[in-house]
Design a protein around this ligand. Structure first.
Ligand SMILES: Nc1nc2c(ncn2[C@@H]2O[C@H](COP(=O)(O)OP(=O)(O)OP(=O)(O)O)[C@@H](O)[C@H]2O)c(=O)[nH]1
Ligand SMILES: [Mg+2]
Length: 235
């Protein structure tokens, strides 16, 4: 697949990405801003087969997945966000890439753990999601949205177990601590270090949509996942 995006200068990996340069972050954000609706599917087998890197946003209902996608792409209503939990009910895919050339896809997944959902539907959805996370071939990275006021829930832990083998094989993984604006500075620092321990060395970032906190760092990380070192953009 051709790739028309210019890479941010001097790709930085893992810890180095914690302090992104302004120009690198601006390029990553410009790339995310190209997001456009691709398709929506009620079940896994309706998803199109794709050969570009796919990055999935997962997490409990109401954690802020859709809001994070809208914030990162700087589009108000690309993904449906709502105060009412359970708003996202389908798997929604968004294409990324400049000049209409898709070089990656973002996936907004329905949240789990919403109490008002009937048990049968919950189980069905957990199976769809586990299947997606285990079998989606072009899945390159997972962004687990977690509200630090609740911490990792039982279902988050199950998800971590489900993806562990793929992460060990190189699947990228990031925990985004959402709604950081609801925490004081010291609570944020504490939540970050606790989650870093729980994530076992994986990437963890604080994020707030209203304060636009963490956007540059997360944008750059996603750009790097989709454009690993060695990928040379087409002229
Ligand atoms: N204060 C604050 N509120 C946020 C933030 N991100 C999301 N929210 C709010 O949290 C609620 C849920 O956001 P959504 O983005 O719809 O959450 P979701 O994870 O997509 O939810 P489902 O689709 O039900 O799984 C909305 O009222 C958002 O405005 C944030 O960073 N700070
Ligand atoms: Mg949603």
């Amino acid at each position: 697949m051709t790739n028309n995006t210019n890479p941010p200068p001097a790709p930085q990996h893992s810890a180095a990405a914690a302090v992104p340069s302004k120009s690198a972050a601006a390029l990553a954000l410009g790339w995310l801003h190209t997001a456009r609706f691709l398709t929506t599917a009620p079940q896994l087998h309706f998803l199109p087969h794709l050969d570009v890197p796919e990055i999935a946003f997962v997490g409990r209902s109401n954690a802020g997945k859709s809001t994070c996608i809208n914030t990162l792409t700087q589009q108000k209503q690309l993904a449906f966000a709502s105060k009412k939990p359970g708003r996202t009910q389908h798997i929604n895919l968004f294409s990324l890439g400049k000049q209409g050339v898709t070089d990656a896809v973002l996936t907004d997944l329905p949240g789990y753990g919403y109490a008002a959902v009937p048990k049968q539907d919950k189980i069905r959805w957990q199976q769809v999601m586990a299947n997606y996370l285990v079998t989606r071939e072009n899945l390159k990275g997972i962004v687990l949205m977690c509200d630090p006021r609740h911490g990792l829930t039982e279902l988050d832990e199950i998800l971590l177990e489900v993806v562990r083998p793929r992460v060990e094989e190189g699947l990228k993984f990031l925990v985004v601590l959402t709604k950081a604006d609801k925490l004081t500075r010291s609570e944020q620092t504490k939540a970050l270090s606790i989650m870093k321990l729980q994530a076992g060395g994986g990437e963890v970032r604080l994020f707030s949509a209203p304060k636009r906190q963490g956007i540059d760092e997360i944008a750059l990380l996603l750009w790097q996942w989709a454009h690993p070192a060695g990928d040379s953009p087409a002229p």
